[in-house]
Design a protein. Structure first.
Length: 305
């Protein structure tokens, strides 16, 4: 338990947010929470105080974390009726801090930060990578955008939830790093899917091929974790295809605004779109391989004829 408990707000208690909030509770902090849905049992049965609105959280907490699905959700929680902005004010001489850990638009993030700063409060964008497992195990990678002094103030709380914590730059740069992360992850999933499908269709044991590749230059976390999912056909999320589609939309929209071509990102998105068209929005993103399998009329688990 920490020697100096803080008054912390947390909004967004889903697959990722609930365990993250739980780590803050376990560290001894006083937690104020708001959820549009039913509170997870371990939060409801804890010492956390449930508030009736985001505004109520902001009025009670000095630091407020948000972990929400998409840009419009963050905007509504921040600036909608009963939103955080209506409850933000200095706590004595201390500026309150909003820390958005959602994965949303870098462009919108910069606008949100300016509006929060205008209320005499601070803002960090701090999206994460590591999925549900990382959230549960407090091993998330956290990519932060904002002022260095605000980052240092919040760093001890980030260390409760993650391991690889990096101040990337100013507001919006954390979100930009997360978009880059999602491009790399999607393209690696596609590469692993193609490789294992090729190996299986050629008659090799994909599990043994994966084992062999894990010792070479092709080794990666995606090959280790998602390659195993592809072979064992375990496509329960994880990280849902619908969420990765959202992130790649951010990448492609931002790239269009910047005049940058991302051809392989666009291909990965089309493969996700194919999965979604076959009812797979809720599949784990490793199930991108199913789109490749349909084009090959062959599944990795089959025996080659």
């Amino acid at each position: 338990m920490t020697s100096s408990p803080l008054k912390i707000g947390f909004i967004g208690l889903g697959i990722m947010g609930a365990p993250m909030a739980g780590h803050l509770l376990a560290a001894g902090h006083q937690l104020f929470v708001y959820s549009r849905g039913k509170l997870p049992a371990h939060i409801a049965q804890s010492s956390a105080t449930q508030c009736v609105s985001a505004r109520g959280v902001a009025e009670r907490a000095d630091i407020v974390f948000t972990m929400l699905p998409d840009t419009p959700d963050v905007e509504a929680v921040l600036f909608g009726e009963g939103g955080l902005a209506a409850g933000l004010a200095k706590a004595g001489s201390t500026r309150k801090v909003v820390v958005d850990m959602s994965s949303i638009s870098p462009i919108a993030t910069k606008q949100f930060a300016q509006k929060i700063n205008a209320l005499d409060c601070d803002y960090l964008d701090a999206p994460v990578s590591g999925g549900e497992v990382g959230a549960r195990n407090a091993t998330l990678s956290i990519m932060v955008g904002g002022a260095p002094e605000v980052f240092e103030r919040i760093r001890p709380l980030f260390e409760v939830m993650g391991k690889n914590i990096t101040l990337v730059g100013g507001n919006g740069d954390g979100q930009t790093a997360k978009v880059a992360n999602q491009i790399i992850v999607a393209l690696n999933i596609e590469a692993v899917g193609e490789a294992l499908l090729f190996a299986a269709r050629a008659g090799a044991d994909p599990a043994r091929v994966r084992q062999a590749l894990m010792g070479g230059f092709a080794s990666s976390k995606i090959l280790e974790v998602h390659g195993e999912r592809m072979i064992k056909r375990t496509f329960d999320p994880g990280f849902r295809i619908a969420l990765h589609q959202k992130d790649l939309n951010l990448a492609l929209e931002s790239a269009r605004a910047l005049g940058v071509a991302l051809p392989n990102t666009a291909t990965a998105q089309e493969l996700f779109n194919s999965c979604a068209a076959h009812g797979g929005k809720a599949w784990d993103h490793s199930a991108m391989v199913r789109a490749l399998e349909k084009m090959a009329n062959f599944e990795i688990g089959q025996t080659a004829g």
